[in-house]
Design a protein around this ligand. Structure first.
Ligand SMILES: Cc1ncc(COP(=O)(O)O)c(C=O)c1O
Length: 465
């Protein structure tokens, strides 16, 4: 089938904005991206890292009212971040204030409607700074899954027999099935394996699966089940080299690492604000050229201009107000750790730097503690030398205990974890744990503490004894 414009013409010969090509010894994404991306960013942090302050956990935790709850007399311990994080008070206030004072539809010739238009524009700018793109490249939607289906339908209009899409078995189903649905148009799916020993993506297999027929490579930035961080910079480069588009699922990565769509040079990147301290909504970054050229399914009165033509019906305005407040939280966190930063983008990067340091310490403690528990199997990267390639998300099984039993007993003690497959269905099936109840998932984010890690470990030891 002819390409009809889906192929990214001439991009392989274009000089890259930044040199992102990792060396063989520098294959992990954080080494290849996150700290350098802070430096490579168009708006670098004004101060060197040495002048940064550590995360002030007292301040951080004081921002999240949910963290003060008690369950059965125990202080609640939220280790369910990968399923959705808690929100700062300012997000709650922004949602309530919008509903109290400005609740209106968009485009009206009166005050509250104009305020709504302005608020959405501000939220778009804020998300643009979060991802390092322009506001008109930010599409709001109900969640990542819906946005991904919308984009797969639109891209699918240009695809047919002879075209191929590369997917991975490490991905959440939301970055798998919406693309696989295009098989009904005759598109061929090529599926990339992962290494079972440490649940890392098989990059050789990925490189082999990308070819001249590849039109799109869909890959996760980080696994929501086992915490692996993929070398997405390399994946984007391989896709681009073949003239294919890249679609990055950054839902799980967003609370853990800085995202820079410009430095990555990806074509699309989707995330969900409820995973990084905002309300239940999804955000899609699309390169302006693609958002303008592709044809979304939409109703006739809806505008043809981007990004609104990709947003159908009335959006969740109150949650969009919450998104702006969520980015405000990131900004304040960054300014508190790097007081000299000047721009919002630099403050967001500074926040990530402080978060990374804190999460790394918790990861070391958690992994060492889990591995010392008899009968416990930790899935994913367990060698501390490769911890830069994982985030603080741990999938475990304990001999003689189902994940559901463990999650229930921990829940009774006020410790919230998750059990099952978390929609990473290909992964649990390949590891043959799907029929056994999947994994117990322990997911840390920056508001968790090493004290909570100790508490979790002590509880697991008691339950498993
Ligand atoms: C890695 C990953 N991708 C995609 C999704 C789907 O996101 P949403 O709930 O916004 O559709 C999730 C949700 O858990 C996820 O963890």
């Amino acid at each position: 089938m002819p390409l009809q414009g889906l192929r990214v013409r001439g991009r392989t010969s274009r000089a890259p904005l930044f040199s992102l090509r990792p060396s063989a010894s520098n294959l992990h994404p954080r080494a290849g991206l996150a700290p350098p991306s802070i430096r490579m960013s168009a708006m670098p942090i004004a101060e060197p890292a040495s002048s940064s302050l550590a995360l002030n956990l007292l301040w951080v935790r004081s921002q999240f009212p949910a963290l003060a709850q008690t369950i059965n007399g125990h202080a609640a311990v939220f280790l369910d971040g990968p399923g959705g994080t808690q929100v700062p008070q300012r997000v709650i206030d922004a949602i309530a204030d919008y509903l109290a004072s400005n609740n209106a539809n968009t485009g009206g010739a009166y005050l509250t409607s104009r305020n709504t238009d302005r608020m959405i524009a501000e939220a778009r700018l804020a998300m643009g700074d979060f991802l390092n793109c322009d506001a008109d490249e930010i599409v709001f939607g109900p969640n990542m899954t819906t946005l991904t289906y919308a984009m797969s339908r639109a891209l699918g209009r240009e695809l047919g027999p002879g075209d191929e899409i590369v997917l991975t078995l490490l991905d959440h189903d939301a970055n798998f099935t919406p693309w696989k649905a295009l098989e009904e148009k005759g598109v061929t799916m090529r599926t990339v394996r992962f290494n079972e020993a440490d649940c890392t993506l098989d990059m050789d297999d990925l490189a082999a699966k990308i070819g001249e027929r590849t039109r799109l490579v869909a890959v996760g930035y980080a696994s929501n089940a086992v915490g692996t961080i993929n070398n997405v910079a390399e994946v984007v480069r391989l896709a681009r080299q073949a003239g294919a588009l890249s679609y990055i699922d950054a839902v799980h990565y967003a609370p853990h690492g800085a995202i820079d769509v410009r430095a990555l040079d990806c074509d699309f990147l989707a995330c969900s604000t409820y995973k990084f301290f905002g309300p239940h909504m999804g955000v899609l970054y699309g390169k302006r050229e693609h958002l303008m050229r592709l044809h979304p399914y939409k109703v006739r009165p809806n505008t043809d201009s981007i990004p609104n033509c990709w947003e159908w019906g009335t959006l969740n305005h109150e949650c969009i107000a919450g998104i702006k407040a969520c980015v405000d939280y990131w900004e304040e966190l960054g300014r508190r750790t790097h007081p000299a930063v000047t721009t919002r983008r630099a403050a967001i990067l500074a926040a990530h730097e402080a978060i990374h340091e804190h999460e790394r310490k918790m990861t070391e403690k958690m992994a060492a503690g889990l591995l010392a528990i008899p009968g416990l199997r930790l899935y994913g990267i367990s060698d501390p030398r490769h911890f830069e390639n994982r985030c603080a998300t741990f999938a475990i099984r304990i001999a003689g205990h189902t994940p559901l039993e463990l999650a229930t007993k921990l829940g009774e003690r006020g410790i919230f974890t998750w059990d099952g497959n978390y929609y990473a269905l290909n992964l649990t099936e390949q590891l043959d744990v799907e029929r056994l109840g999947g994994f117990l998932r322990i997911g840390l984010v920056h508001y968790n503490t090493t004290e909570e890690v100790k508490q979790l470990l002590a509880s697991i030891r008691e339950i498993a004894a």
